[in-house]
Design a protein around this ligand. Sequence first.
Ligand code: MN
Length: 272
Amino acid sequence: MVGDGFPVQTFFPQLGLDAEISPFLLLDYAGPKEFSPSREPRGVSEHPHRGFETVTVVYQGEFEHRDSAGHSGSLGPGDVQWMTAASGLVHEEKHARAFSERGGTIEVVQLWVNLPRAHKMSPPRYQDIRDADIPSVALPGDAGSLRVIAGEFDGHEGPARTFSPVHLYDVRLNAGGRVEIRVEPDHQAGLLVLRGRVTVGEQDVRDRELALLAQDGDGVTLAASEPSTVLVMSGEPIREPVARYGPFVMNTREEIVQAVEDYRSGRMGRLH
Ligand code: MN
């Protein structure tokens, strides 16, 4: 449980996997889980981030966030928050108040995307991307649909702006549906099956399983034997040293020490 509101399964980082999944740093999948009504919104209280981006993809539930610089906002089903922590901020992530009071099901993914060294100390930035702003591509043969959150698919561009090349797709396949996912040469790619069952190349991938693609082709075909929801990510690896400590991901140990010091002394701000 992250805080008291996010029952997560962490798919990475895992020992030895880091280099294979750059530019991605962490993948958490929370829910689906039913929460009873609560007067106080559950979630994660005040905590910092520096040196990367957090991408929150909401499938079910309503969430609210606010940070030390006075930014706040809400997210509902289909929405995506692409938060560039960069030089650092302190924020909280909670179930929305009205949602908490009536109770309900949450289902949400959080993906951390690394920043190139040149942008780790840039000012923080938010992209609150609404469901309606994400192009949904109908797949031929009634195979399903694919929402382009970031990058490009079949000529359709996603709304998220990124600091290095990243493609992120929310794919819904009908039983018997197939889609060919192209992956750029040298990009790392992986996919999380949230529900359903999908054949990836020749491998069977079930619900709550992550598949990493080998870097030796130009893509892969997904074939669903059941109605399936799949989050597909690919990106150009950031070939720079990674020093990480909890919510800080920098290039050197010295920069981590500095981050801890900056947080403790309040230089990343405080929540009021
Ligand atoms: Mn956070």
